[in-house]
Design a protein around this ligand. Structure first.
Ligand code: SAH
Length: 241
């Protein structure tokens, strides 16, 4: 365990702080959350490398820089209720849970949601709730949210997400523009939405519907190949998502 803590400290220093992620709370959260527990056992030794890793079901855990950058862009102070769309491994949600009062994270692949829920429970991260749910329509029952983070690429900005954002809140979402993907930060101001930031990126697609399916306990060698990584970010990033 000590080695993982050392690897995390180094990851934060070299991949985040040195790359321009300055928010101290984000750096502290990523030094705290045990990233290796969110990647398949077979890949734990690679958990702190500067790349996305497969987590099964054709999905990936985002690379550390992406998680750091996206977390910092939400400018959380600790009192917020946050919606994450695309739980995946649960890692990004775990980091958000250290930065906000409460996180609700939704995932369309039910067995991934179940696995993330288990990992988070084992860590006693109890201010995060994971639901198997299609996030395209957001989560009206729990709205408004002070911040919304989407970790899969949408074809356009889903209007319902804007309507579920509190006034002044940030919505972070990758949107495809032709062959490119752009990560936008929108801010709601009354009935207007302003684009405040944009950076080139690559994420897996935001897809409709919930997928049930058997839980895959361990990742298979065959899974270790998906090319769902990204270019973009400050400088040329090999694996943003
Ligand atoms: N944040 C994750 C990585 C996200 S990968 C982590 O830290 O590990 C993107 C995830 O979004 C995938 O797991 C994918 O299944 C999920 N996803 C795609 N479309 C979705 C939708 N409509 N609703 C909810 N989740 C969705």
């Amino acid at each position: 365990m000590r080695n993982f803590a050392v690897a995390r400290r180094r990851m934060v220093r070299e991949q985040l702080a040195a790359a321009g992620v300055a928010d101290r709370r984000v750096l502290a959260a990523m030094e705290e959350v045990p990233r290796h527990l969110f990647v398949p056992k077979l890949l734990r030794h690679r958990a702190h490398q500067p790349c996305a890793l497969p987590i099964g079901y054709g999905q990936t855990i985002s690379k550390p820089f992406t998680v750091g950058l996206m977390s910092a862009l939400l400018e959380l102070r600790g009192h917020e209720q946050v919606l994450e769309i695309g739980t995946g491994s649960g890692y990004q949600g775990a980091v958000l849970s250290r930065l906000a009062a409460a996180v609700i994270s939704v995932e369309r692949i039910a067995p991934l949601a179940a696995r993330a829920r288990r990992t988070l429970a084992e860590l006693s991260y109890d201010n995060i709730t994971v639901l198997a749910h299609d996030g395209v329509c957001g989560l009206a029952d729990f709205a408004p949210f002070d911040a919304i983070m989407v970790t899969a690429c949408a074809p356009y900005l889903p209007p319902l997400l804007v309507s579920q954002l509190a006034d002044g809140g940030y919505l972070l979402i990758p949107v495809s523009k032709g062959r490119e993907q752009i990560l936008y930060r929108y801010r709601r101001q009354g009935n207007e939405v302003l684009i405040e930031q944009s950076v080139s990126c690559r994420f897996v697609p935001l897809l409709p519907g919930v997928e049930e399916g058997a839980e895959q306990e361990e990742i298979l060698d065959a899974d270790i190949a998906p090319d769902s990584d990204v270019t973009g970010g400050p400088g040329r990033e090999e694996h943003l998502a």
